[in-house]
Design a protein around this ligand. Structure first.
Ligand SMILES: Nc1ncnc2c1ncn2[C@@H]1O[C@H](COP(=O)(O)OP(=O)(O)OP(=O)(O)O)[C@@H](O)[C@H]1O
Ligand SMILES: Nc1nc2c(ncn2[C@@H]2O[C@H](COP(=O)(O)O)[C@@H](O)[C@H]2O)c(=O)[nH]1
Length: 200
């Protein structure tokens, strides 16, 4: 039995539809992407929204799979055309959720998951109050730093920006419906599953 309420969009901007939207947020490096990948393996019925970003691809990242990697001018053009459901600047780059893909998937009855940072998550909550929002917390700030460094994919400057931002993000955890600490990975993954599917 799903816990997530159907969305009957009441905002003036959006077309009315029914469906289910999940927002997974939390500081950079907390493990959202890793949790998301495991969740998708266990639940291929979920629709993962691929975001657009102006960030350069990391080694191994594939355009159209991890992100749509686009230029700043293209991003600004799409933003001006209203093509993003939400968007934010994060650590010097733009990120945005493609509107049409998400709305059509929700409309067709899919459970759609967005993995996004705080400002975008707030925008989605404002537009879709019935979305289920999950905030992933690290067991400690020191462990968060270890994970970002251990990933080995960000410059010192990018790490510093992300850690600075993480403090603001963690302070906002209570704004969201559910808080899950990603200490033991399996425990955190099971907690997300429980939130989505109300399993014992
Ligand atoms: N429970 C865990 N215990 C230890 N390490 C973990 C755990 N969960 C994730 N990690 C590791 O932490 C690092 C960061 O994880 P990940 O890239 O998924 O974070 P993220 O929140 O998606 O970051 P970003 O928002 O910047 O994309 C990875 O190396 C991942 O393997
Ligand atoms: N507001 C949005 N945030 C997004 C989106 N896609 C990803 N993100 C978040 O950005 C940071 C940095 O990601 P990284 O891949 O550069 O490490 C992280 O918190 C992501 O969750 C989006 O479409 N909108």
């Amino acid at each position: 039995m799903m816990q997530v309420l159907s969305i009957h969009c009441a905002t003036t901007k959006e077309t009315p539809f029914s469906g289910k939207l999940i927002v997974l947020t939390g500081p950079s490096g907390v493990g959202k992407g890793t949790l998301m990948r495991s969740l998708l393996q266990r639940h291929p019925e979920l629709y993962y929204s691929v975001s657009a970003t102006t960030r350069a691809p990391r080694p191994g990242e594939v355009d159209g799979t991890n992100y749509y990697f686009i230029s700043r001018s293209k991003f600004e053009q799409l933003l001006a055309q209203g093509e993003f459901l939400e968007s934010a600047e994060f650590a010097g780059n733009y990120y945005g959720t493609p509107r049409e893909a998400v709305l059509s998937q929700v409309q067709s009855g899919k459970l759609v998951v967005l993995e996004i940072e705080l400002e975008g998550a707030r925008q989605v909550r404002a537009s879709f109050p019935q979305a289920l929002s999950i905030f992933i917390l690290p067991p400690s700030f020191e462990e968060l730093e270890r994970r970002i460094r251990g990933r080995g994919q960000d410059s010192e400057e990018a790490i510093a920006r992300r850690l600075q931002r993480a403090k603001q993000e963690i302070a906002a955890a209570d704004e969201f419906d559910i808080q899950i600490v990603n200490d033991d990975f399996e425990t955190a993954l099971n907690a997300i599953e429980t939130a989505l599917y109300n399993r014992e």
